[in-house]
Design a protein around this ligand. Structure first.
Ligand SMILES: [Zn+2]
Length: 266
């Protein structure tokens, strides 16, 4: 699963290329949409935005293309006629405008929705919690909203690390930030959610929002002073805080790898 900041960066890259441009060509394999809801040549792209882990492309004809990037999904931007860096059969969405071709490879879910009139909340992503990365809320405000959703939506017994990945609580945290945020707050990833206090939950989510936002403008992801990551990908290396060797193991239904320090995360 890509991190929320990845989607925001993709939207920031695509926006200047696509905004206000008329569609020349649209292709989407395995598109989920009713037949009358399909972007057609001539429709103008009005906005490209990231909402949680979804990239939304709005057309003037009142429809929204929604692309959810799975683990291998990525957006590429090419000039017309330029050779693609990945095989064409893996393209899931092709959005061509007069000067650019935006191609999304390997995204598992692509759908088109009728855009509701008026401003947000947008129907297609209404089941998602408040976005940790974007939006008008401060990290503390967004954390407060997410903590309330966590209390309402998450059943007891789930490990806190898995809860952080739950898009219904708050989209944005992927597998990298999951480990980084838990280390930053000194919380052991396997602790059951009901044993994590409201204060700790708030700290986790506010820290996630701050880390995600501070990485928006950076080419290399960094969560510690001096650059780099605290624990993710560092199994066997000394913890930057206490020197204990960092460990990793697979966790949860999807067996996502979790990195943590057994010395200073309790
Ligand atoms: Zn440590």
């Amino acid at each position: 699963m890509p991190e929320g900041d990845t989607i925001h960066k993709a939207a920031a890259r695509l926006r200047p290329a696509l905004l206000g441009a008329p569609l020349v060509r649209f292709e989407a394999r395995r598109l989920v949409a009713s037949p009358d809801l399909r972007p057609r040549p001539g429709m103008v792209i009005e906005d490209v935005e990231a909402v949680g882990k979804h990239l939304l492309v709005r057309f003037d004809a009142g429809m929204v293309l929604r692309v959810h990037l799975g683990m291998p999904g990525s957006w590429h931007l090419y000039r017309p006629g330029q050779r693609w860096q990945k095989p064409p059969h893996r393209a899931r969405v092709v959005l061509e405008v007069p000067d650019w071709v935006a191609v999304c490879f390997s995204a598992p879910t692509v759908s088109v929705h009728r855009a509701p009139s008026g401003p947000a909340p947008l129907q297609p992503v209404a089941h998602l919690g408040p976005d940790l990365v974007g939006g008008e809320h401060t990290p503390d405000e967004v954390a407060a909203l997410a903590v309330a959703r966590m209390a309402r939506l998450v059943p007891p017994g789930r490990a806190i690390a898995e809860v952080l990945l739950d898009q219904r609580v708050a989209p944005g945290v992927g597998n990298v930030y999951k480990s980084e945020v838990l280390w930053a707050c000194g919380i052991e990833p396997f602790r059951s959610v009901e044993d994590v206090t409201d204060h700790e939950r708030h700290e986790l989510l506010a820290t996630a929002a701050r880390q995600l936002r501070s990485n928006l403008g950076r080419a290399r992801r960094s969560t510690v002073p001096g650059g780099g990551l605290a624990v993710y990908g560092r199994a066997g290396s000394p913890c930057r805080r206490c020197g204990t060797l960092v460990r990793s193991r697979r966790q949860g239904e999807q067996a996502r790898r979790t990195f943590w320090c057994p010395g200073c995360q309790e």
